[in-house]
Write a protein that binds this ligand. Structure first.
Ligand code: NCD
Length: 489
């Protein structure tokens, strides 16, 4: 049977369905049990590792995985020693590197770079981290480690700690955990809260319930409060997937990731370092969750597991390494069978003769897409702002109080100040969109980031009196987005 993953790129954790993840885990299980059955199977194939940022585990475990499968690896030791130093674009580099190899593993400092690469590459691309956005293959290692230890993800509580703002491993893992029915507790360092766009994606795409709670036992991660002061507490956020829809998206129907026993109150603590290279501007003295042997003495931590994507700096004390609850070196080691399994499926190595497929990359959009010119993504380090000649912004229209455009490259949201009707060439303030009667069709709608931009494009502002004749919509009225996308309220 041809693998569902044959020829596909993996850019976001959302590119992998529950059954894809189960297939990868099943193959990784088999690789661990029968490694010799896999040796040599990728003979004649080449993986290119193209890393524009430092890496130890991700690059070397991909390279080890490819070599264990019998394939070859080409790599730039230092991209600054390649034509990148001469100003070559990613779009050009990827077309060339893709023509030398059967698969490209890419790490890049700009959000959305992996999606652009997948659109230009002649071979599948695996995202090994794009800026502060996503790191889907680290998530596979994390889930596989949790599954091995706790047997189930459903009902497991996972405390994601540290730099939640910039930590790409955190973002991909939060989405996957919500999908698999785990409860996520966000434990940020000061100023390193989970970004709004991640929270909203959790709510919108995963129908997760987010509520604020006291830290409780997890306040042990912040050390002892000085005497006389309240013990350190910060708000924690729970994602509680309790909707029937949520269950349908999760792996309950599945097999291997299927969770053999209920995990009750099981807890895993996932620690991460400050991402200093991504504007880690908060002072070092700011409170930051740190795991020490002393914190681990808490009796409620008796049965926890401790994960870390590594590298660690000072948020995880080496004195914890020998503790049987520490799984992070195991987690790093499992990167090889997991990445062997991923390469096995994408390269179609089990599919005999079908191994040179490449599927065009297309990001799944559940809602209303928008790709008219005139709007720039608000994220300055989004690839759409860096390689403008090669990539045009693509968005999804979202409504969070007012209308915003979610970038399909980096997921961050851009505010829209006004919108225009391409037929009448009239523009309106954004908040009127729900009150334009009859609703303007998506094909005739143009968003603008400012009235000046609308006027520069030749649109006239709606008369001020418009407001008086079209009062607030009545209670039962749907929003414009619901009306045009045929959704109920
Ligand atoms: C992570 C990364 O690069 O995002 N490392 C990894 O891939 N194991 C985490 C980090 O660098 O902090």
């Amino acid at each position: 049977m041809v693998s569902q993953l044959n020829g596909r790129s993996v850019i976001s954790i959302d590119d992998l369905s529950v059954s894809d993840i189960e297939a990868i885990f099943k193959t990784a299980d088999d690789i661990c049990t029968n490694p010799h059955d896999y040796f040599g199977k990728a003979a004649g194939k080449i993986a290119a590792t193209l890393f524009y940022e430092p890496s130890t585990r991700t690059r070397l475990s991909f390279e080890a995985a490819m070599q264990r499968l019998g394939g070859g690896v080409i790599s730039t030791w230092d991209v600054n020693a390649s034509s990148v130093a001469k100003g070559e674009s990613l779009a050009d580099t990827i077309r060339v590197v893709g023509s030398y190899s059967d698969i490209v593993v890419l790490r890049h400092p700009w959000e959305g770079a992996a999606k652009l690469a997948a659109e230009y590459s002649p071979v599948p691309v695996i995202n090994a981290g794009d800026g502060s956005h996503e790191h889907p293959t680290q998530t596979l290692c994390d889930l596989y480690t949790l599954r091995e230890h706790h047997l189930t993800l459903r009902g497991l509580r996972v405390a994601l700690c540290g730099d939640l703002l910039n930590g790409r491993t955190i973002h991909s893992l939060a989405f996957a955990l919500a999908r698999f029915g785990a409860n996520v507790i966000f434990v940020p360092g000061d100023g390193k809260e989970i970004p709004d766009y991640v929270r909203r994606r959790l709510e919108r795409d995963y129908h997760a319930h987010i509520r604020r709670e006291q830290l409780g036992v997890l306040s042990a991660l912040f050390g002892d409060a000085p005497s006389g002061e309240e013990p350190a507490t910060v708000d924690a956020i729970y994602v509680t997937p309790s909707e029937p829809h949520q269950l349908a998206m999760s792996s309950i129907e599945g097999t291997t990731v299927e969770f053999r026993v209920g995990s009750g109150e099981a807890l895993s603590i996932y620690v991460t370092r400050r991402q200093r290279e991504r504007g880690g501007d908060s002072p070092e003295a700011a409170r930051y969750p740190t795991l020490t042997a002393r914190a681990l003495k808490t009796s409620q931590f008796k049965d926890i597991s401790i994960l870390h994507p590594l590298p660690r700096v000072d948020e995880l004390s080496p004195e914890v390494d020998k503790d049987p609850r520490s799984l992070y070196f195991r987690q790093a080691a499992l990167g090889v069978p997991i990445r062997m399994a991923l390469l096995w499926h994408i390269l179609g190595l089990g599919d005999g003769g079908q191994s040179n497929r490449r599927e065009a990359y297309c990001r799944n959009v559940q809602g209303l897409g928008y790709s008219q010119p005139g709007i720039d993504c608000s994220n300055k380090t989004c690839i759409t702002n860096k390689e403008k000649e090669f990539v045009h912004p693509q968005f999804e229209v979202v409504r969070n109080g007012d209308y915003k455009l979610r970038c399909l490259y980096c997921d961050q949201e851009t505010a829209t100040a006004c919108f225009g009707n391409t037929e009448s060439r009239i523009y309106y303030p954004s908040e009127l969109l729900d009150r334009v009667l009859p609703p303007i069709s998506p094909g005739h709608l143009r968003f603008f980031q400012s009235p000046d931009a609308a006027e520069a494009a030749g649109y006239r502002r709606v008369a001020d009196s418009w407001d008086r004749y079209h009062p607030e919509p009545g209670k039962g009225r749907k929003s414009w987005l619901d009306l045009v996308s045929g959704r109920s309220r």
